[in-house]
Design a protein around this ligand. Sequence first.
Ligand code: CAA
Ligand code: NAD
Length: 298
Amino acid sequence: FFSTTSSQNAIKTVTVIGSGLMGSGIAQVAAATNHKVTMVDQTDAILTKSLNAIEKSLEKVSKKKFKDDPEAGKQFVTDTLSRITISTDPAANIAETDLLIEAIVENMRVKHNLFAELDKAAPSHTIFASNTSSLPIAEIASITKRQDRFGGLHFFNPVPLMKLVEVIRIPETSEETFDALYQFSKELGKVPVSCKDTPGFIVNRLLVPYIMESIRMLERGDASAKDIDTAMKLGAGYPMGPLELADYVGLDTTKFIIDGWHEKYPTEPLFSPSEILNDLVARNKLGRKSGEGFYKYE
Ligand code: CAA
Ligand code: NAD
C-alpha cells in the first residue's frame, strides 16, 4: 500500500539554472539522491568549472561516506556525475522537468526575464522555485502564470554540508506544491523548515543583521577583525566568526542584500549600509572568491 499523493507529487527530474556556488551544490545533492538533473549556465566554460567543483566535493563526501569501501565510493562519484546533464539552454530538458530551481544572480530584472521565458516553455506540472537570499518570492513569481506552483527553496552555503532548507510559501502556493517542495528537501537528506515570504526568511533575517553589526563594530574601532571572529567562535560556539562568514558568503552578496533591504526599509537601523563594506566591494575585494575581503586567502 502506498500513498497516491506522494507518488503523484514525487519529484524525479530537476533543472537547476545557475551553476555557481549555490546551483552547483544544489545540482550535486539532487543527483547524489537519485534525481535526474539538468544544470544550466551561460557558457560551457562555466559549466565545466562547475562540474569540476562538483567532482571535488563528491570526492570529499565519498571519502567520508564510504571510508571502509573506496570502490563503492568511486562508484558513488561516477553514478552521481552520470545523473547530471549540462546545457546553456534553460529550456533544454524542460518538457521532462518536475522541478525547476533558479540560482542565478540576485537581480529581480534578470530573474523575471528567465522566469517569463520558462513559464511559456515549461509543461503545466513543472514547479518553479527560487533560491533567492533576499528578494520577495511573491515579486519573482508575479511574472508567471503559475503562482500556485511557485515557492522558495532556500539552501545554505556549502550546500553539500548544510542540513537546512527553508521552504517558502506565498499566499498563492498550493498545498500540493508546498508538500512537494517540503518532501523533496527531505529526499535530499536535508531538514526543511516552513517560512513566510518575509525579508531574509528565518536565517538571513537574523544572520545578515548580525554580520552587519560585526562590521559596524570594526568600523567603530571597538575590536579587531580577528578578535571579533575569535570571540564569536569561542564565546558563542559559532563555527565561523561573522567577518569570516561574510567573506565566505561573498561581500558583494552581503552588500546586495543589505542595500536592497535598506532601500525598502530606510528607517530600520539593522539594515543600514556600511562604508567599510561598500569600500571593499568597490575595490573588488569580495571575500574568499576573489582572494581577499576582510582577510587574505591563498
Ligand atoms: N563539499 C563536501 N565536503 C566539504 C566541503 C564541500 N563543499 N567543504 C568542506 N567539506 C568537508 C571537509 O573535507 C571536511 O571533511 P573531513 O571532516 O573529512 O576533514 C569537513 O567537510 C569539514 O570541513 P573543514 O574542516 O574544512 O571546516 P569546518 O569543520 O570548519 O566546516 C563549515 C566547514 C561546515 C563550512 C563550517 O565552517 C560552517 O558551518 N560554517 C558556517 C557556514 C554558514 O553559516 N553557512 C551559511 C551561510 S548563509 C547562507 O548560505 C544563506 C544566504 O542566503 C547568504
Ligand atoms: P554565483 O555568482 O556563484 O552563481 C550564479 C551563476 O548564475 C553564475 O554562474 C552565472 O553565470 C549564472 N547566471 C547568471 N545569470 C544567468 C542566466 N540568466 N541564466 C543562466 N545562468 C545565469 O551566485 P550564488 O552565490 O550561487 O547565488 C545564486 C543565488 O543563490 C542568488 O539568488 C543568491 O542570492 C542565492 N544564495 C546565495 C547564497 C550564498 O551564500 N552565496 C546562499 C543562499 C542563496
